[in-house]
Design a protein around this ligand. Structure first.
Ligand code: LLP
Length: 421
């Protein structure tokens, strides 16, 4: 359940009419619901209790400081994958001991930043990275707490661009080589090995691949312990999927996912970490846009809207589905009208949906793309020199712009023309 519902014929974000936000700041914009973010975070903490655990929000899915502060105040940890995300977490008031650092290409500079600023653990992904981290930590007179990400060679059965747990993917070390790599890690002076990390992919709509991966991690935990390593923490990654097409999708619930975790690793006496992004942020956000024109094409009608692939790239990049609804609730008994919903960007890939029944919309009407909170604003760009899409947070009857739309002058002022030109 989210908090984007019709009330008195108008789509509301909690207690605020979406139409009123649009009238204040113009379109397009992202709108997030604080109550939905809160609810989704709590679903995970409840699902994992009473195991000792930490839910580390994957910042990459939605990185606005206001959202991070909201989740941080609830007790969430953060999963970061760059120095920029690490800085965001700190700027939002998250203490270093609640930040985990993932990613295959951490630079020495990023390692230094996190070691000096405070870190819960690095999730190390390769032997060269492990050696570099040991050197950096030693040079600072520190020991870096680490888990090593293992690649369990499991098919996550998700879109190929977001599957990460097969041996051909760039992530982690092959699980078969874990003993050897952990032995080297234990010898490196700047490292303190504390656990194992695994993440097999994103938007998983079946629990079976998680189960396969977590059983392998449980076996590995026993083996590494018998080889003398301390394994006190398991980071089980993120990836639980959400319903994008609400009429016919019902992915597993966090409660079922939590039960699976307890079943597979619950008896190991470890602290469990998870790194959900999409399930917390995805259905906590919508992208609101206005209809510019209705164009009658050959055998199809185009709804040309003022959001485009630069604002929400998922449909054009992954062929992703987002439900599209009218902000003004269609009157009962009114038939939907079928449109190709497209943006103004000059390429055919700028298509949000084909032959989609929406509502009999016309110029100036508002629409909302649902399930757009995750990997929406964070993947936006200024392609076609369209100013970066703004973000709004609603809580009860309050709303605030949490990232303003840049002016055209601000956008242009970032470029410089060399004086010798
Ligand atoms: N942990 C790690 C190490 C990850 O790589 C990811 C996502 C997550 C956690 C969070 O996964 P989630 O719970 O959000 O599924 N841009 C794509 C998704 C890319 C996901 C990358 N890694 C999309 O729009 O679908």
């Amino acid at each position: 359940m989210d908090h984007f519902l019709y009330r008195d014929g108008q789509l509301h974000a909690e207690d605020v009419a979406v139409r009123d936000i649009a009238a204040t700041i113009g379109t397009p914009f992202y709108c997030y619901s604080a109550a939905t973010l809160t609810r989704h975070y709590h679903l995970f903490t409840e699902a994992l209790s009473p195991l000792p655990h930490m839910v580390c929000f994957a910042i990459k899915s939605l990185s606005n400081l206001a959202v991070l502060k909201l989740l941080g105040d609830l007790g969430a940890g953060m999963d970061v994958v760059s120095g920029g995300e690490y800085r965001r977490a700190l700027a939002a008031g998250i203490p270093g001991d609640r930040i985990v650092f993932s990613g295959v290409g951490k630079t020495r500079e990023e390692m230094r930043l996190a070691l000096t600023g405070g870190i819960r653990q690095f999730n190390v992904e390769s032997e060269p990275e492990m050696r570099a981290l040991s050197e950096v930590a030693t040079s600072l007179g520190l020991r870096a707490p680490i888990t090593i990400r293992v690649n369990p060679d499991v098919d996550a059965k998700t879109h190929e661009k977001i599957a990460t747990g097969k041996s051909e993917n760039k992530f982690g070390i092959p699980i078969a080589r874990a003993s050897e790599v952990y032995a080297e890690a234990a010898r490196l002076p700047g490292l303190e090995v504390i656990g194992i990390d695994v993440h097999i992919g994103s938007q998983l709509t079946d629990l079976a691949p998680f189960e396969q991966a977590y059983l392998k991690v449980a076996d590995l935990t026993r083996r590494l312990r018998s080889e003398g390593h301390t394994i006190s923490r398991l980071d089980l990654g993120g990836g639980l999927g959400i319903p994008y097409a609400r009429s016919n999708e019902a992915p597993p619930l966090p409660m079922d996912y939590g039960a699976l975790i307890k079943r597979t690793v619950g008896d190991l006496g470890v602290e469990v970490e998870i790194e959900p992004g999409r399930l917390i942020s995805g259905n906590a956000g919508i992208l609101v846009s206005s209809v510019i024109y209705v164009k009658n094409g050959e055998g199809r009608d185009f709804l040309i809207v003022d959001a485009a692939m630069n604002d929400l790239v998922r449909p054009s990049m992954y062929g992703a589905h987002h439900d599209i609804i009218a902000v003004e609730e269609p009157a009962p008994g009114v038939d939907a009208r079928v449109f190709d919903v497209v943006g103004p960007v000059c390429e055919t890939g700028d298509t949000f949906a084909k032959a989609r029944p929406v509502a009999p919309l016309g110029e100036g009407d508002l629409i909302a793309f649902r399930s757009a909170g995750a990997y929406g604003a964070v993947m936006a760009s200024e392609y076609n020199s369209r100013p970066l899409v703004p973000e709004v947070l609603v809580k009860g009857d309050h709303f605030a712009v949490i990232r303003a739309r840049p002016t055209f002058d601000e956008m242009l002022s970032r470029d410089t023309i060399p004086e010798w030109l």
